[in-house]
Write a protein that binds this ligand. Structure first.
Ligand code: HEM
Length: 136
């Protein structure tokens, strides 16, 4: 591969496949989250039109893409959000739970088309991102 070609980004590729198969994954991400962690539902009680949930997931996905690319801001934004969210009753360790839940949802949406490479790419992303946030 020449140096001008872009390295294939498995994460971006997965997100495109998810958009094609399902469209916006917000509904399934939070359905799964509240199913596994029913206590988290009440955190979003004021979000009647789902806009907060949608914006939050969009920002999380932007962070994932930043971290697979230029790494401009993902770690510091997440570290800051951990502090902000702690004040609204979301303890820092909830973030890892949320990330795992997002990946579980994506795996579920892609079903049989989820590959071992997808698994490795997401596993690596979440592990490295968590490490990088912890070192902020
Ligand atoms: C990287 C991780 C996260 C990012 C970047 C993030 C980002 C955001 C943003 C931007 C908003 C405001 C959305 C809006 O008002 O339109 C928000 C709100 C919120 N987030 Fe997160 N969030 C993250 C993780 C979490 C986690 C793990 C939880 C708990 C399940 C959580 C719970 C909430 C709640 C309850 C609100 C609504 C706050 C309110 O309006 O009172 N967030 N988040």
């Amino acid at each position: 591969m020449s140096s001008v070609e872009k390295t294939p980004n498995m994460i971006e590729d997965c997100l495109e496949r998810i958009a094609t198969i399902h469209g916006d994954p917000t509904d399934l991400v939070y359905e799964r989250l509240f199913d596994k962690h029913p206590d988290m539902r009440e955190l979003f009680i004021l979000d009647r039109d789902n806009s907060v949930k949608g914006n939050m997931l969009a920002q999380v996905i932007e962070c994932f893409l930043d971290f697979t690319g230029d790494k401009h801001y993902a770690s510091s934004l997440i570290a800051t959000e951990k502090i902000n969210h702690d004040q609204i009753g979301v303890p820092p360790e909830t973030f890892e739970t949320f990330f795992t839940n997002v990946v579980d949802t994506f795996r579920h949406i892609l079903g049989n088309s989820w590959t071992a490479e997808d698994e490795a790419a997401w596993d690596n992303l979440i592990t490295e991102l968590n490490k990088s946030v912890a070192s902020q």
